[in-house]
Design a protein around this ligand. Structure first.
Ligand SMILES: Nc1ncnc2c1ncn2[C@@H]1O[C@H](COP(=O)(O)OP(=O)(O)OP(=O)(O)O)[C@@H](O)[C@H]1O
Ligand SMILES: [Mg+2]
Length: 253
């Protein structure tokens, strides 16, 4: 199985603060991997380093064997890492469908001579619309496709963001707290959706505080605390790990 993501010895320094200290992680094709840890542990910072929002102070990020350290975020997206944000970032004056289509510009854009082939742009657009609609159906949002994205309930807005990220057929889908703000039923439904995405050939790296969600769907977990990786393993191993219990899960878990 090929390694979709390899982040090696990542350190991210903000002034005097080490938000990440020598963190190493690997994601193989077809895995669902979770990143957990207390608030301020460095989880989002790790995503920012992987997706090019930050250039890590030290360390190396590779995508399918290619060193992508220092690449711009749009280059990394075009190459195959797509993400959602902890705070939803949808275009407020655009419909659900258009918000998804925005994510696909890397695929609908024609290059060089292609632009002069009659009908090519229209065909590319039609293929993109069809894919967007299929994904919206999968997430139960097809009927809402012409509504303003930000008029949807919060949980549905999170799903639109996931669909937008999926639309580019990413090699790795990164979800930063996808279940945040969702109620129990919504969270459970999202868990099933994410699990199905893997069966459809996706590889997923997700940050989540909801332990039921994480433990149910992830193959392996990485635990961050105060910028350092304190444990990695299967959900069962992590649940039984005394260091993790002490730092994060608490005695009741
Ligand atoms: N751009 C930045 N400049 C300075 N400090 C930052 C920056 N981004 C994050 N930090 C700090 O780095 C640390 C890790 O933050 P990060 O957002 O990665 O945590 P997190 O694990 O995602 O937490 P949460 O669960 O609350 O989302 C925090 O102390 C935060 O204040
Ligand atoms: Mg965060």
């Amino acid at each position: 199985m090929s390694e979709v993501l390899c982040a090696e010895n990542i350190t991210q320094r903000f002034g005097g603060l080490d938000a990440l200290k020598n963190v190493t992680m690997h994601v193989k094709e077809g895995e669902i991997i979770g990143v957990i840890g207390p608030n301020g542990a460095g989880k989002t910072t790790l995503f920012n380093c992987i997706t090019g929002m930050y250039r890590p102070t030290e360390g190396k990020v590779s995508m399918l064997g290619t060193d992508i350290t220092g690449w711009r975020p749009y280059e990394i997206t075009a190459h195959g890492f797509a993400r959602t944000f902890q705070n939803i970032r949808l275009f407020p004056k655009m419909t659900v469908l258009d918000n998804v289509m925005v994510g696909m510009h890397v695929q609908t854009k024609l290059l060089g001579k292609e632009r002069f082939i009659p009908g090519k742009a229209k065909r590319a657009m039609n293929v993109a619309i069809k894919r967007a609609e299929e994904l919206l159906k999968l997430f139960g949002l097809y009927e809402n496709r012409f509504e303003m994205a930000t008029s949807l309930p919060y949980g549905d807005q999170r799903k639109v963001e996931i669909v937008r990220a999926l639309a580019i057929r990413p090699k790795l889908l990164l979800l930063d707290e996808p279940a945040a703000g969702m109620n129990g039923a919504e969270t459970e439904e999202l868990g099933k959706l994410v699990y199905n995405l893997r069966d459809m050939g996706n590889t997923i790296l997700l940050i989540e505080h909801d332990m039921r969600f994480v433990m149910n769907i992830c193959d392996r977990l990485y635990v961050l605390n105060d910028g350092a990786l304190i444990a990695e393993g299967t959900p069962a191993e992590i649940r039984a790990n005394p260091i993790v219990i002490e730092a994060y899960l608490g005695k009741d878990e």
